[in-house]
Design a protein around this ligand. Structure first.
Ligand SMILES: *Cc1c(COP(=O)(O)O)cnc(C)c1O
Length: 461
C-alpha cells in the first residue's frame, strides 16, 4: 500500500491509536509493581534500538510493539508512588487525559491565529496563577518548557529593564559596552540559574556570591548595599533542603533602590497556595519576576514551566527583541511572552489541572507532600537515621555516620527496584535526598520506603 494511503487508513480505522491506548493502560496497570528504576535486563534490552534507519517504510504496529516491549521496561517509574528522585512530579489523571486530546489537536500555540483555544486558556491560567500566588494584578505569564526557560525569561526581562533604567537600550546596543549589572545571588542557586546567566552573557565573575546559612538561605547580614544596577536572585525551595529565602526583608531592600528581584520557585512557589505553608513565601509579591514549574509540585505532565513578570513591557521587549513593542491586540498572542515562536499548547493541561484541583485541591496536594515529608522524616529518625535539614517543605536530607555508609545506602536503594532516590552533597557531606512530589504516593509507600532504609542498614552495616 502506498505510504499516504497507509497513513490515511491508520487514521480512519484508529486501530493504531487503540493499540497505543491499550499499551498505555498496560503500563499504568503495572506501574506499582515494576522496578522503579530499570534493572540490568531492561537496560540491556535497549540494544534493540541500535539499528540503522531502514530504507523502506516501517510497520507502525511493530514500532508500537517495540516501544511497549523494550522501551517501557526501560522507563523510570516516576509516575508511580515510590520515586523520590530530583524533584520530579507525577501527573494528575485529568492532565494526562487532556494532554492526549491536545496531542491529537496538535495546536501551534504561538499566536491567537494559530490556536484561539490555547490563547484563551493561557489568559485564564495567567489570571488563576496570579490569584493563587497572590501576585500583583498587572503580572503577566509566559508558558515555557520548564523552570530553566522560565528563569531565562525572567532574567532576560530583568537585564532589559535594568539597562533601560540606566539609559541603555539593550535591544539596540547589545551587551558590549553596556553599563555593568551587579548580579547578587547566593551560593545555593540552582544550576539552571548559572546556565541561564551564561546564556544571557554573564559569567561567574559577574556574580556577587552571597553566603548562605545552614539551610541554604541567603544570609541577611551578608547582603551588600544594593543599587539600581542590581539583579537579585532568590529561591523558593532549595533543591536540597527545600528552604525558602527571606523574601520580605530582601525585597524591601531591593525595592528601596529600584533593583530587580527574580525568584526561582520551581517547586517551592506552590507553598503560597497552601494555607498552612504560605508563611514560607511571605513577601514574594514584592519581587519583579518569578519562575515556577507545573510539572513538579502541581503534577502536570512534562513540559510545563511558567515565567511570571510584574512588568509586562519588560518581558515583552526582552522576548521580542525588536525595540519598544507595544501590544494593543485584542487577543492574547502567546509568543509575545516567550522566546519560542511555534510551541506546544501546554496551557491546555495546566488549565485542566488547575480547574480539576481547585484552590482546595491544590492546597491538599501541596500540604500533603509536606505531611509525607514529615512522616518519612519521623520514621527514619526513629530508625536511627540522621535528618540533616529542617523539613519545612517536601525535601528530606538523610545521612549516616560517614559518607561511605550514606552512599552505600543510596546504592542499595537505587538497585533495589523498590524505590528510587538520589544522593547529594550538603555542606561537604554526602546525603540521601528524598523529594516528596507525587500525588500517587500513599502512606503505604512511605512505610515501605522506611522499611527499605532499615533493610539497607541491616544488610550493609
Ligand atoms: C527543577 C528546578 C529548576 C529547573 O527546572 P526545570 O523544570 O527542570 O527546567 C530550577 N530551579 C529549581 C530550584 C529547581 O528545583
Amino acid at each position: 500500500m502506498p505510504l499516504m494511503d497507509d497513513m490515511h487508513q491508520q487514521l480512519r480505522t484508529k486501530t493504531l491509536l487503540s493499540q497505543a491506548k491499550e499499551y498505555a493502560f498496560k503500563y499504568l496497570e503495572g506501574l506499582n509493581d515494576m522496578d522503579v528504576f530499570p534493572l540490568e535486563n531492561a537496560l540491556k534490552n535497549l540494544d534493540a534500538f541500535d539499528e540503522e534507519l531502514s530504507l523502506e517504510t516501517g510497520s507502525a504496529d511493530a514500532i508500537l510493539k517495540q516501544l511497549h516491549l523494550k522501551g517501557a521496561p526501560a522507563t523510570v517509574a516516576q509516575s508511580g508512588g515510590r520515586y523520590f528522585g530530583f524533584v520530579n512530579g507525577s501527573s494528575i489523571p485529568v492532565s494526562m487525559a487532556v494532554k492526549w486530546i491536545s496531542d491529537v489537536w496538535d495546536q501551534n500555540g504561538g499566536l491567537f491565529n494559530t490556536s484561539p483555544i490555547n490563547s484563551k486558556l493561557e489568559s485564564v491560567c495567567e489570571r488563576w496563577l496570579v490569584d493563587i500566588f497572590n501576585l500583583p494584578k498587572e503580572t503577566v505569564a509566559g508558558f515555557v518548557s520548564g523552570t530553566s526557560m522560565a528563569n531565562f525569561s525572567g532574567l532576560a526581562a530583568a537585564r532589559y529593564q535594568l539597562l533601560k533604567n540606566l539609559g541603555w537600550d539593550f535591544n539596540e546596543k547589545g551587551l558590549n559596552g553596556a553599563p555593568a549589572i551587579r548580579i547578587v545571588a547566593h551560593n545555593q542557586v540552582h544550576s539552571s540559574i548559572r546556565k541561564t546567566l551564561v546564556l544571557l552573557g554573564f559569567g561567574k565573575v559577574d556574580i556577587e556570591w552571597i553566603e548562605s546559612d545552614s539551610q541554604g538561605r541567603m544570609c541577611l547580614d551578608k547582603i551588600p548595599t544594593l543599587d539600581a544596577t542590581c539583579l537579585v536572585i532568590l529561591q523558593a525551595g532549595n533543591a536540597n533542603t527545600g528552604s525558602f529565602d527571606h523574601f520580605d526583608s530582601i525585597c524591601n531592600l531591593a525595592n528601596a533602590c529600584n533593583a530587580w528581584v527574580h525568584i526561582d520557585g520551581a517547586f517551592g512557589l506552590w507553598a503560597a497556595a497552601s494555607k498552612s505553608l504560605s508563611h514560607l513565601t511571605k513577601g514574594i509579591e514584592k519581587a519583579d519576576s518569578w519562575a515556577v514549574d507545573g510539572h513538579k509540585t502541581l503534577n502536570t505532565p512534562y513540559d510545563s514551566g511558567i515565567v511570571l513578570c510584574k512588568h509586562p513591557q519588560s518581558l515583552i521587549n526582552a522576548m521580542q527583541a525588536t525595540g519598544e513593542y507595544l501590544v494593543f491586540s485584542e487577543q492574547r498572542d502567546p509568543l509575545l511572552y516567550t522566546s519560542e515562536m511555534s510551541k506546544r499548547s501546554r496551557a491546555i493541561e495546566l488549565w485542566a489541572t488547575l480547574k480539576y484541583l481547585g484552590k482546595q485541591g491544590i492546597d491538599e496536594l501541596v500540604s500533603g507532600m509536606h505531611a509525607q515529608a514529615i512522616a518519612i522524616r519521623n520514621g527514619l529518625r526513629q530508625s536511627g537515621f540522621e535528618i540533616v535539614n529542617d523539613v519545612v517543605f517536601n525535601q528530606v536530607l538523610v545521612a549516616l555516620e560517614d559518607d561511605q555508609k550514606t552512599n552505600s545506602v543510596v546504592n542499595y536503594i537505587q538497585n533495589s527496584g523498590e524505590a528510587w532516590l538520589g544522593g547529594s552533597k550538603w555542606q561537604g557531606r554526602a546525603v540521601i535526598r528524598i523529594s516528596l512530589c507525587s500525588w500517587v504516593t500513599t502512606s503505604a509507600d512511605i512505610e515501605r520506603t522506611i522499611a527499605l532504609f532499615k533493610k539497607a542498614k541491616e544488610k550493609l552495616l
